[in-house]
Design a protein around this ligand. Structure first.
Ligand code: ZN
Length: 97
């Protein structure tokens, strides 16, 4: 509601329309199939409440290929501002750009 109202009043600014996310490129370690996924930080990151009271974010992604039974597991850790801290992958590898 509020967002619609401000859009009416001020028009759509370019920054407000940018999607908050990034692309994730991975390769299946079994058959070599490559995956190109868009991760939306707003919807796919899960809040992680730490013992000291701070909050950071976690992403867990399971990727299933079509051609084989391998099942790739990606885990990424983000800080409280959703900046990537660490990442790991099982049964596959990250494709570096
Ligand atoms: Zn595969």
């Amino acid at each position: 509601m509020f967002k619609k109202l401000t859009e009416k009043l001020f028009g759509k600014g370019p920054t407000a329309q940018q999607q908050d996310g990034f692309f994730l490129y991975v390769r299946c370690s079994d058959c070599g199939e490559e995956f190109n996924l868009f991760i939306n930080k707003q919807f796919e990151l899960v809040q992680n409440f730490r013992e000291d009271g701070s909050v950071d974010y976690l992403l867990k992604k399971e990727i299933y290929g079509v051609g084989c039974r391998n099942h790739i597991l990606v885990t990424m850790e983000f800080d409280g501002k959703k900046n990537l801290k660490s990442k790991k992958i099982e049964n596959g590898e990250f494709i570096e750009e």
